[in-house]
Design a binder for this molecule. Sequence first.
Ligand code: PNS
Length: 161
Amino acid sequence: MSRVAVFPGSFDPMTMAHLDVARRAAALFDQLVVGVLHNPKKSPAFDIGQRVELIRASVADFGANVRVEAFDGLTVTFAARNGASFIVRGLRAVSDFEYEFQMALMNRKLEGSVETLFLMPKEEYTYLSSRIVKEIARLGGDVSKFVPAPVAKALGTKFKK
Ligand code: PNS
């Protein structure tokens, strides 16, 4: 039986913590589908097409078992559409736990056959978030250690003074 997982998120933009979780998940599952949430109510720094392309460029060397797709609607519906029995999420610190716990249990209520699994990124990435990375880039700081190279380039272009 082929084991398929989805890794959903906003990825606005992808950070090294996300990339690290994706790498670990790609090694654990036969197929990994990174799902980029298209939420028209939010105004992201990068539009949905850019976010998908930046992740594709960032995971290009991961192998053929990783795909990147935009989705809207429920994560459990996205999982079902992709034949996935697992949702992967990253846990950086205890502060992530409450939100993740609520989401995992709600997803279980919505679709009992899908398990949520948490993976911890490298501890050196525990302080990273898309929000902080965008703030640093906006204020002219160097984010090249915190995001994959294609994202660093895109942030540089976006926030060029
Ligand atoms: O990167 P984020 O913003 O923490 O990711 C949150 C995400 C996309 C995983 C979550 O908002 C989500 O699953 N949204 C889709 C709508 C949905 O399924 N909502 C019910 C989850 S409890």
